[in-house]
Structures are given as structure tokens and as C-alpha cells.
Design a protein. Sequence first.
Length: 137
Amino acid sequence: MSSSFCYRVYWEHTDAGGVVYHARYLNFLERARSDWLSAIGVDQLRLREQHGLIFVVTRVEVDFRRPARLEDELRVDVCVQHCGHSRVDFEQTIVRDGECLLTACVRAACIDADQFVPARMPQAVRTAILEAAASGR
């Protein structure tokens, strides 16, 4: 199961052809992952302030299927595929009116914010992610 978040397409997301510019889809994916982390109680600002850690995207694989257009209402789904000690693999989709527009596999790594090296995420963060994934949130 996955968690879903809804967003509207605005002019700022579109290109000269009136469709969502390909790089803007990454913004929708990022927003949904951030909203999901917040919904499960993971405060990314506190993670940095208290632990000196941040999440960074280290891998993205995207399959574009259909274009989104101005004023479309998009549903962005977030599903955890794997959660290790220092990384999380997500499967995400962007859907409009039941039609899948995009699928993506995204890997986010937990790193030391100053050294930019991999770091183990705090157990409370990992537990929150694993519990949310197990419950389908």
C-alpha cells in the first residue's frame, strides 16, 4: 500500500507546450516524500538540528507515460520498497483521474550534513519509516 498526496499543476510547472516540464515532476515527487515523512512524524529540520543528518536523493529512475497539463489535479503516491540503516528506496507514481502518468524509483540516503558521507539514520526515524511502510501508510 502507499500514501497519497494531491497537488495542482500551475503555470510555473509547465513548458512552452503547456505540459508539465519533465524536471518539474521531480518537484512533485520530492514534495510528496517530504509530506509523507512529516505525516509519519519525521521532522527533517529537527533531524538536521539535533543529529546533523539530512536525506539526499542519490538515484532516480523515471518512466514518463502521459503528460500532465495546467490545472490538472495530480495524486502522487509514495510507497517504501526498502529501508536500510542509511537509505530508503521509494516507488512513486503520479496519477491523474485514475490514469498513471509517471512511475519512479527514488533512493534517498541519510548523510552527515557537514561531511556529506553516508550515516545511519536514528533508530526512531528508521522505526517510523518501517512501521509506516508495514501499515501501508
